[in-house]
Design a protein around this ligand. Structure first.
Ligand code: SAM
Length: 226
């Protein structure tokens, strides 16, 4: 009885690993956060497993039914993109599976792409230690999110949507205009772009009509200079 937690590409299908390919071709059922996106991946791999939707709004009763499947055969979980459990509903399923089956269940990670790791890897900032904060809250807690970054001495990584990236950079620039950062857009995709500089220059550059796409922001340690 095994639950495989499978990382999938964050944009470039060629980033699928050999192990991910093997697991997805061997399990009869794949749990998928976004079945449309997973269909593209499994078509690319030439596979045809049964897809079952699992997302943040999946009810506890449905999660129970999903867990029951594990008594019949192995199951793989993939989320929207990247590594399940990193800012997506993957962790909730793993936690429910541990609670339900304890030691009886093998939970096996199949590591691979992850947007925060990809952005960190090209930042050039010290990454022996860093803080990952997920997405900035839209309203309540937003000020304290950016205040927390300003008092964090080490590198900080967060995710942001294209509609809000300009606001996020402005919030950073209000507090610490000279702090360095990397804004990584559309990693592994056709329009991959890395913007580097002080947060005030990045804010000025991306303030009007930032290009569409997915974004990761890596903020350098306070006082860090290249
Ligand atoms: N579990 C995923 C992972 O391992 O990276 C993250 C899921 S989170 C819901 C999705 C966010 O990750 C996006 O809104 C964006 O901030 C970031 N992201 C995902 N793919 C990306 C890419 N190709 N380039 C830049 N950021 C990306």
């Amino acid at each position: 009885m095994t639950l495989y937690i499978v990382a999938t590409p964050i944009g470039n299908l060629k980033d699928i690993s050999e192990r991910a390919r093997e697991v997805l071709s061997n399990v009869p059922v794949v749990l998928s956060e976004d079945t449309r996106r997973t269909k593209i991946l499994i078509a690319y791999l030439g596979l045809n497993p049964r897809l079952i939707s699992y997302h943040q709004h999946t009810s506890p009763a449905r999660i129970g039914a999903i867990l029951d499947l594990l008594t019949k055969h192995d199951v793989a979980l993939v989320t929207d993109a990247g590594t399940p459990g990193i800012n997506d509903p993957g962790g909730k399923l793993v936690s429910a599976a541990i609670e339900h089956y304890g030691e009886q269940l093998r939970i096996v990670p199949i590591p691979g792409p992850c947007a925060l790791a990809a952005a960190a890897s090209v930042s050039g900032f010290p990454m022996d230690e860093f803080t990952f904060l997920g997405f900035p809250p839209h309203k309540k807690g937003r000020q304290s999110f950016f205040n927390q970054i300003a008092v964090t001495a080490g590198s900080v990584i967060f995710y942001e949507s294209p509609h809000r990236i300009a606001k996020a950079l402005a919030a950073l620039a209000e507090r610490e205009p000279e702090r360095l950062a990397l804004v990584a857009r559309e990693l592994t995709k056709q329009f991959e772009t890395l913007y580097r500089g002080s947060v005030s220059s990045l804010s000025a550059h991306l303030s009007s009509n930032p290009p569409p796409g997915e974004y990761v922001v890596v903020v350098a340690p306070r006082g860090y200079r290249e």
